[in-house]
Design a protein around this ligand. Sequence first.
Ligand SMILES: N[C@@H](CCC(=O)N[C@@H](CS)C(=O)NCC(=O)O)C(=O)O
Length: 335
Amino acid sequence: MNQLVDGDWRTDAYETAGDDGSFERQETTFRDWIRDDPDAAFQPEAGRYHLYVSYACPWAHRTLVMRALKGLEDAITVSVVDPYRDEDGWQFSPEKDGCTRDRVHDADYLRELYVRADPDATCRVTVPVLWDTETDTIVNNESAEIMRMLDTEFDEYARRDVDLYPEGYREDVDRIIDGIYEPINNGVYRAGFATEQEPYDEAIDDLFSALDRWDEVLADRRYLAGDRLTEADVAMFTTLVRFDTVYHTHFMCNVQYIREYDNLWPYLRDLYRTPGVADTVRMDHIKEHYYTTHPDVNPHRIVARGPDLEFDAPHDRDALPGGPPSDLVSAGAER
Ligand SMILES: N[C@@H](CCC(=O)N[C@@H](CS)C(=O)NCC(=O)O)C(=O)O
C-alpha cells in the first residue's frame, strides 16, 4: 500500500493490518473548520470551496449527499477521481464516464494537492478533501466534519428548511454517528481487510448485531434519530447502499443481505428516493473501485455481476411519523 512520507510518495510505507491481523484506519490529518463567523479563517462563501471525491467511496459519498440535500451544488464545486486506484493512489481520468479533471489545479494525482497543502505531509491520500481556493490549501479531509460544515455553516447559500442537525436532536445525532462508525461504517472494512480469522469474526459479530439492532429500531421509527432526516441517516446510507453489491461478497459480510431485512431495506429505499440522493449513487464506480482496487482481496480483479437491486421500488415508510423536509420535496417535484 502507499502513502506520503515527508511529502514523498512511498509505495512501501503503509500497512493496514496490525500485528494481530486486524484492520487499522489511520487518523485524518487536516482538521480545520469553515465557520459562519467574521473572525474565522475559513468563512462560508459561494464559489470558494471545492470538494474532491470518489463516487466509489462511502466517506466521500456522505459529503456529496449532504451537498445535494442542502442544494449547495452551485456554491461548492466538485472534482471526481477515477474509481480505480493503483500504486499511484487516486488519480484524475477525465476521459472516463463520471470522472472529471482536477477542476482547480489540473493535477494528475490527488496526492499533488496534499503536497501543495503541506510539502512535508506524512499521511494517506484519501477522499473526501475540502479545498479552499482562496488560501490554496486543504481545509479538512474528515467526512463527518465536512458533512457537518456543509450542513451548519452554509445557511446563506443552502436550501432553506433543510437542517440535518436540528436542535433537540443533536445529542442523538452525534451519538448515532459515533455508534454506527465502528461496527457498521468501519465494520465492513474491518471484516474485508482482516488478515486473520479472529478479527474477521469479531468484525462480523459487531456488524450484524448492530444491523439487527437498527432493523428493530426502524420498525416504528422512520429515521435513525426519530421522525427527522438527519446527518446520521446520511452516514448510514452510504454504507447500506454499497452493502449487497460489494460488502456482502467482496468483504465477506455475507451473513445476510440488506435486502433481506424487514426494515433496513425499506429504510434504505426511502433514503434513496429522497429527492437529490439517487443522483449521487454511481454503482458502476462503486463496483469498479472495490473489485479492482484491492489485489490482496481480489487478485484477478474480476467484477462480480449482481445483484440487481430495486432501490426505486415503493416502500411504506411514509406511514411512519415524519418525512423529508418540505423544501426538498418541492425541489424534487421540480426536477
Ligand atoms: N476518515 C476518513 C476516511 C476516508 C477514506 O479512508 N477514504 C478512502 C476511500 S473509501 C481512501 O481515500 N483511501 C485511500 C488510502 O487509504 O490510501 C473520512 O471519513 O473522511
